[in-house]
Ligand binder design. Structure first.
Ligand code: URA
Length: 433
């Protein structure tokens, strides 16, 4: 078999066979196929696409390129949740304990973020003492006992995806739905859960800006998961503005604790209940969506999810006094208000720009080795649909530097105020299964 023939076959729009996909991935991993040939194939895939079987096969071969986590020592049906990434997305911090409170084991492997704010692991590390590096045995023990544990990614999961992603990044081939879908799903499948709920974001702060593209990506990922033996569903949710009011690390943990304590942060709570409902239905403990929402609402409102959060934090050495008093979480030296220059209604809060502003404050990483500052970030005081008076605060910047003039300008640019009333965007667009 020759790589050049595989490239020309795909360039001409012909479907690749399993043996050809295997040949290309396995030999690329052995450095026996050069980057320039793989780049040419990626570009051919970008233009010609891949059908469902090809995409599922590519995913399977990428999973097989590394370790597959064995979660079988954990009792019960393991359900994972994955978000395609957004600004202010702290859902894992609430969904995890909520689903755990319903009795479903959540064995979560999370990454550190590269981008606007930290990943779930960075956020959790803003809790003093919290240990993300626990042994595999401890991880299994904690999930069996407390139904929830979160660790930094261990093992060598889908190394072929890592190598291909680095090449896609520099060859303008990231934005291909089959390549994105196989990349995300290879890591999810290697993580070992029985079922997967995907939170596919759509809108200005999402990887997929249009609803149509988000639906295509969601459908593709759901089909891959189901074809490879994992029951998978996708929720398409709004990312036309940040989720909730807090963007950063410690302040996102604070907001998550507030929701676990019963605070009505409308959009965040709606998304959390939706994702948790699908996870519990897939795990087979509730039989209908209505029942799941009703039971999960009780678990949230009666403090059972908060209790599960405390048990989980304590089991990983975290200081749970911050849960009783979230004001004890890390904070910043300066708190600077950005106020409205006119009276009107909020029409837009471009999530991407708010995310970039948070990154400039130090809440995220521009490069892999950057340090995240846990106490910095942004608090929004208004969301789309709200009325605002001139000079009223739109946002507060939590900064470790005094000069934040440019960041204030970014926030003002991100928030559009107009005279006419505006509608709140809907949170859940569609569920794909
Ligand atoms: N996230 C991934 O893990 N892979 C992609 O290709 C895009 C986003």
């Amino acid at each position: 078999m020759r790589m050049v023939d595989i490239i020309s076959k795909k360039r001409n729009g012909t479907k690749l066979e399993e043996a050809e996909i295997r040949f290309f991935i396995e030999n690329y991993m052995k450095d026996e196929i050069p980057d320039y040939q793989v780049s040419a194939l990626l570009m051919a895939i970008y233009y010609q696409g891949m059908d469902q079987d090809e995409t599922a096969l590519l995913t399977k071969v990428m999973v097989e390129s590394g370790d597959e986590i064995d979660l079988s020592p954990i009792k019960g049906h393991k359900v994972d949740k994955h978000s395609t990434g957004g600004v202010g997305d702290k859902t894992t911090l609430i969904v995890g304990p909520l689903v755990a409170a319903a009795g479903i084991p959540v064995a979560k492997m999370s990454g550190r973020g590269l981008g606007h704010t930290g990943g779930t692991i960075d956020k959790l590390e803003s809790i003093p003492g919290f240990q993300v590096e626990i042994t595999n045995d401890q991880f299994i023990r904690n999930v069996n006992q407390y139904k929830l544990a979160v660790v930094g990614q261990t093992g060598n999961l889908a190394p072929a995806d890592k190598k291909l992603y680095a090449l896609r990044d520099v060859t303008a081939t990231v934005e291909s739905i089959p390549l994105i879908a196989s990349s995300i799903m290879s890591k999810k499948i290697a993580s070992g859960a029985d079922s997967i709920v995907l939170d596919v974001k759509t809108g200005s702060g999402a990887f997929m800006k249009s609803l149509e593209d988000s639906k295509r990506l969601a459908k593709e990922m759901v089909q891959i998961g189901n074809q490879l033996g994992r029951r998978t569903i996708a929720v398409i949710s709004d990312m036309n503005q940040p989720l909730g009011y807090e963007i950063g690390n410690a302040n996102e943990v604070r907001e998550a604790i507030h929701v676990l304590q019963g605070k009505q942060v409308e959009d965040l709570r709606e998304l959390v209940l939706e994702l948790a409902a699908h996870m519990t239905i897939l795990a087979g403990i509730y039989s209908s969506y209505e029942e799941a929402i009703a039971k999960l609402t009780i678990l949230l409102d009666e403090g059972h999810a908060l209790k599960a959060f405390k048990d989980f934090i304590l089991a990983q050495n975290g200081d749970i006094s911050v849960i009783e008093d979230p004001e004890k979480l890390p904070s910043s030296s300066y708190h600077i208000q950005v106020s409205a220059k006119q009276t009107g209604y909020i029409h837009e809060i471009t999530a991407d720009t708010i995310g970039i502003a948070a990154m400039h404050l130090g809440a995220g990483r521009a490069k892999k080795d950057d340090q995240v500052h846990h106490g910095v970030g942004i608090t929004l005081h208004k969301k789309i649909g709200d009325k605002v008076e001139i000079d009223e605060p739109l946002a507060t910047l939590h900064a470790d530097q005094e000069d934040v003039q440019e960041i204030m300008e970014l926030i003002r640019d991100a928030i559009t105020i107009q005279d006419n009333p505006s509608n709140k965007p809907k949170m859940i667009y569609e569920v794909i299964d």
